[in-house]
Write a protein that binds this ligand. Structure first.
Ligand code: G3P
Length: 484
């Protein structure tokens, strides 16, 4: 079993007093790869106390100094890309190349956040009273943005580094303290936690004050609710599944930023560039084996072009490399066995109800071969549920309205995309789709990381993207000068 990775509190690496640890199972080998500390509630309390003290001093640290430290952390993060990427390969079976990209993208995100922060937080507002009826020009209101206090960040397993720094960077530049709780994919697994700990180490090396950043690992059942309901927490930024809905119900009166699931629709019109469509369906639906909130999760295609597109997609799927992440395969094992079982359940339900399998369904352990399901109908679970795996349903439609109707009948509303050469139609369809973002002629994607990113309905609360996150992690403070 070997060493248990320590958690990070008060500027140092510690072993939990619980004497217990949580295993992280490698999705490919299905053997325990790493172990992390099972922190206790008492340890969480200590972290909160330390964060509170550190935050007060940090809020008074000049903005340019905060930015300087973030730039330093970004550079260190990039220097450490190889060992962090290795953790991503072993913990979440992310293809090796994509794992490196995630770390580099994260460094860029942190640098951009520092730059954006000094600009937008360096500006305040001056209001004068005489614009409101009944007032003389005798009141001057100075308002600026101040930190919230302690931000609790909970990233998901699929981007344990990138979606951690997208919370850490904005929180810190804005003058907050940050407590990180790495992903808890299921109650007893912490996939992505070791990559997250290594990323935190880069912030440690950059020299942030002790207590300002902490990282606690453990069992969701022990510290999950305890953290999200902790009175010391002033803001929660969560990315993940429907646990987010439970968190939002239990959390106190604190700002919430939630990015939950999606069932991103890809609407294909008759006049679309069908090669472009096929390429984007494969990229959008099957990158990282479909384990992205923004993956294409249902194709809604006009019947007249469906055969052609399905054929083109099948030809591309046949070329995908299926296997271990170390070999840079396109399709790699899904994160846990229970996830693979869930995907299989959706596939079997579609089979019983008469969907056409474009490929043979094949699974070995957590590895599921890419599968396109044609002629899917609304009575099948896969028409509505999010597989988070390399299986994609195609629903044939006879009108654009039918496509929009299916998209809007979903509980989710993260992103969507529409393929057509008619820009007027594309804009009208985008307006009609109840999704946070609609991409025209490309697959859904969160990045570039400064774009606003938000879900409607069960897909989330608030808007992310670097600028929006900085703003969300601050509040407005006013001082009014009253002249006699
Ligand atoms: O699944 C998380 C979501 O944020 C996806 O991000 O960059 O793959 O579009 P991205």
């Amino acid at each position: 079993d070997g060493e248990v990775y320590k958690y990070y509190a008060d500027g140092e690496w510690r072993a939990s007093g619980s004497g217990k640890s949580v295993a992280i199972v490698n999705p490919t080998t299905r053997q325990t790869q790493y172990r992390v500390q099972a922190c206790t509630q008492e340890e969480v309390n200590k972290v909160m106390e330390g964060a509170k003290v550190a935050q007060k001093a940090w809020a008074r640290t000049p903005l340019w100094k905060r930015a300087e430290l973030l730039h330093k952390a970004a550079a260190i993060l990039k220097e450490h890309k190889a060992p962090i990427a290795e953790c991503l390969v072993k913990e979440i079976a992310k293809p090796a190349k994509d794992a490196v990209t995630e770390v580099v993208r994260s460094g860029d995100l942190v640098s951009y956040t520092a730059e954006e922060g000094v600009r937008i937080l360096g500006e305040g507002k001056l209001l004068v009273s005489d614009s409101f009826p009944g007032n003389e020009r005798n009141k001057y209101c100075l308002s600026s943005k101040v930190p919230l206090g302690i931000v609790l960040a909970i990233p998901p397993f699929n981007y344990p580094v990138n979606l951690a720094v997208s919370k850490i960077g904005p929180a810190l530049i804005a003058g907050n303290a940050l407590v990180l709780k790495p992903p808890t994919q299921c109650l007893l697994c912490n996939q992505g936690a070791v990559a997250a700990l290594h990323m935190v180490h880069c912030f440690h090396l950059a020299g942030f004050p002790k207590g300002l950043i902490s990282c606690v690992t453990g069992k969701g059942s022990e510290i999950g609710d305890f953290l999200t309901m902790h009175p010391g927490v002033n803001c929660i930024s969560f990315t993940g599944g429907d646990t987010g809905i439970a968190i939002s119900k239990k959390a106190g009166m604190v700002p919430l930023q939630m990015e939950l699931g999606g069932k991103d629709a890809c609407i294909v019109l008759e006049d679309a560039d069908l090669d472009l469509v096929a390429a984007n369906i494969v990229k959008g639906g099957f990158s990282y084996s479909g384990q992205r909130c923004t993956a294409v999760k249902v194709v809604l295609i006009m019947e007249t072009v469906a055969d052609t597109v399905v054929e083109k997609v099948n030809a591309k799927l046949a070329k995908l490399k299926v296997g271990p992440p170390e070999d840079n395969c396109d399709i790699t094992p899904v994160v846990t066995e229970s996830s693979a079982n869930f995907i299989e359940g959706l596939v079997m339900d579609a089979k019983e109800k008469g969907a056409t399998f474009c490929q043979e369904y094949r699974r070995e352990g957590n590895l599921i071969w890419p599968l396109l399901l044609d002629h899917v109908r609304p009575d099948m679970r896969i028409a509505w549920e999010e597989p988070f795996g390399p299986v994609l349903p195609v629903i044939r439609i006879n009108s654009v309205e039918e496509g929009i109707h299916h998209c809007n009948a979903s509980n989710f509303g993260l992103q969507g995309c529409v393929f057509t050469r008619d820009i007027n139609k594309a804009i009208m369809i985008s307006d009609a789709m109840e999704s946070g973002t609609v991409q025209i002629n490309s697959a859904p994607a969160r990045g570039p990381d400064h774009f606003p990113f938000q879900g409607l309905k069960d897909s989330g609360i608030g808007s992310q993207g670097i600028t929006n996150s900085i703003n969300m992690m601050t509040k407005v403070k006013s001082t009014v000068i009253n002249l006699p």
